[in-house]
Design a protein around this ligand. Structure first.
Ligand code: ZN
Length: 187
C-alpha cells in the first residue's frame, strides 16, 4: 500500500477538541479524528463516508446519528474515529444516487445495489489496520453494529464490541430492518 500521511493538526469541533491526521490512499483521502491522549485500549469507530447522511442530514439512513454518537464518545473517553471515504458502501456517490432512484421505485437497498451490478456491500477495511498500526495501537474496543467489520480488521485485537443504539425514524425504519435481516447487522 502506498499511503501518504499528513501532519497532525488541531480540530476544535462542536464535539470538543480533537487532533486530525489525513491518510491518502490512491484517490481516496481518509481522515482520522482522535484525542491527543488515547485510552490504553481506545474505543474506535470506523465510519464510512455518507455525504447525503453526514453532510445533508438525510433521513434515509442513520449515518449522521452514528457519526455524531461516535464523535461524542471519542471525545468523552479518549477514542478515535476513522472516517473512510468509501461513499455509498463503496459504490461512489453517482451509483448511490442511482440506487436511491431505484429505491424510489420500490426496491430495497440490497436489491437496488444488485440491479446496478454491485454487491450489497463493497467496502474494505485493510487501511484500518494500517492506520491503527501507524498510531501504535494493538488493542481496541470497536464501536459497531456490523459483525463484518470485526472480521475484516486483521492484526488488531478487538477486546470488546460496543454497540451503537439508535432510534429509527419513519424514513429509515425499513432500511434499518434490511440491515438487520439481510446484512447481518446486530441491531
Ligand atoms: Zn448514510
Amino acid at each position: 500500500m502506498n499511503i501518504d500521511i499528513s501532519e497532525v493538526a488541531n480540530l476544535p469541533s462542536r464535539f470538543g477538541n480533537f487532533k486530525v491526521k489525513a491518510f491518502k490512499e490512491g484517490q481516496k483521502e481518509h481522515l482520522v479524528i482522535y484525542k491527543d491522549v488515547l485510552d490504553d485500549v481506545p474505543i474506535v469507530r470506523v465510519h464510512s463516508e455518507c455525504l447525503t447522511g453526514d453532510a445533508i442530514g438525510s433521513m434515509k439512513c442513520d449515518c449522521r446519528d452514528q457519526l455524531e454518537y461516535a464523535l461524542k464518545m471519542a471525545q468523552e473517553i479518549n477514542g478515535m474515529v476513522i472516517y473512510l471515504r468509501q461513499e455509498g458502501r463503496n459504490i461512489g456517490l453517482l451509483n448511490k444516487i442511482n440506487a436511491y432512484a431505484l429505491q424510489d421505485k420500490g426496491l430495497n437497498t440490497v436489491e437496488a445495489n444488485h440491479q446496478l451490478g454491485f454487491r450489497a456491500d463493497e467496502r474494505t477495511y485493510e487501511i484500518v489496520t494500517y492506520i491503527l498500526h501507524h498510531f501504535g495501537i494493538k488493542k481496541i474496543k470497536l464501536l459497531t453494529n456490523n459483525p463484518d467489520k470485526i472480521n475484516s480488521i486483521n492484526d488488531i485485537e478487538i477486546v470488546q464490541r460496543v454497540p451503537i443504539i439508535m432510534e429509527a425514524n419513519k424514513h429509515n425504519k425499513d432500511y434499518l430492518n434490511i440491515k438487520k435481516e439481510k446484512m447481518g447487522h446486530l441491531l
